[in-house]
Design a protein around this ligand. Structure first.
Ligand SMILES: NC(=O)c1ccc[n+]([C@@H]2O[C@H](COP(=O)([O-])OP(=O)(O)OC[C@H]3O[C@@H](n4cnc5c(N)ncnc54)[C@H](OP(=O)(O)O)[C@@H]3O)[C@@H](O)[C@H]2O)c1
Length: 234
């Protein structure tokens, strides 16, 4: 049975991705925060039994990262590690207005946290394994022709360049690193808590993301792709 670790799964795309991999007979380790309402992930646990392991992880708390890594059973290794957890950041999205606390939460969650965790888990990624990062089209420097949303864009562009670094450093393990834009999706984040309309449903996004991951895993490439498998300019 192939195995995947998915980070940030109590709702939205992470929850749907967890269900998708379970439906396709993968063994899934899914993380939630201790403070989350865990109803939905518990329903999956009831439905899929031993195929789903749920663990606690807050990616911006170093203690939580250390405890999570220590609690992973020694025998556990993954074909895919998928860093999904992310935040939109402050609604003003302005470098002129941002507070230290807002900066910390945004860049630790979207940029540094996923890379710190990936580095600590590299020995749990199988040779020829695949690291996936939930990026965004907003992280493309090339396609930023309209400006605005500068904080979120910078957090995902930073994630892109740091993940590229991991690909270069760990190529001796023949890894694949995928940066995936899931589309503009109707989740809490994608609708800014229900105040705007998104372009696609969670199901459409996740069907696409799943197909993209399966198609490109173990390709030994570093790719920036959307949920339709279109390559994005960095
Ligand atoms: N929706 C879109 O249109 C869209 C477009 C492009 C990219 N993305 C990216 O897709 C990913 C998922 O977004 P979504 O739309 O599903 O958003 P969402 O519904 O707001 O879900 C975000 C997930 O990230 C988790 N998370 C946030 N901070 C965390 C932390 N410190 N530690 C652990 N987990 C944390 C959340 O857990 P809590 O409930 O505990 O906060 C939640 O499970 C994000 O990386 C986002 O940037 C989304």
């Amino acid at each position: 049975m192939r195995s995947i670790l998915i980070v940030g799964t109590d709702k939205g795309l992470g929850l749907a991705l967890t269900r998708k991999f379970l439906d396709n007979d993968w063994r899934v380790t899914a993380t939630v925060r201790e403070t989350d309402d865990q109803q939905e992930i518990n329903k999956l646990r009831e439905a899929f039994g031993g195929a789903l392991t749920v663990m606690f992880l807050d990616t911006i708390q170093n203690d939580s990262v250390v405890t999570f890594c220590e609690k992973l059973p020694e025998s556990t290794s993954f074909d895919i590690i998928y860093m999904n957890a992310g935040v939109w950041g402050p609604l003003h999205q302005s470098a002129a207005e941002v507070t230290d606390a807002e900066l910390h939460q945004l860049f630790m969650t979207n940029t540094i946290g996923p890379i710190r965790l990936a580095r600590r888990l590299m020995d749990r990624l199988k040779d020829r394994g695949t690291l996936c990062f939930m990026s965004s089209h907003r992280g493309s420097v090339d396609r930023n022709i309209e400006g605005g949303l500068e904080l979120y864009r910078a957090s995902k562009a930073g994630l892109n360049i740091m993940a590229r670094g991991l690909f270069s450093e760990f190529n001796r393990k023949n890894i694949t690193v995928l940066h995936i834009h899931p589309g503009w999706v109707a989740t809490e984040m994608g609708t800014l808590d229900g105040t705007v309309s998104a372009e696609i449903s969670v199901a459409e996004s996740i069907d696409g993301v799943y197909a993209v991951v399966l198609r490109n895993m173990e390709s030994k490439k570093n790719l920036y792709l959307d949920y339709k498998n279109m390559e994005w300019a960095w």
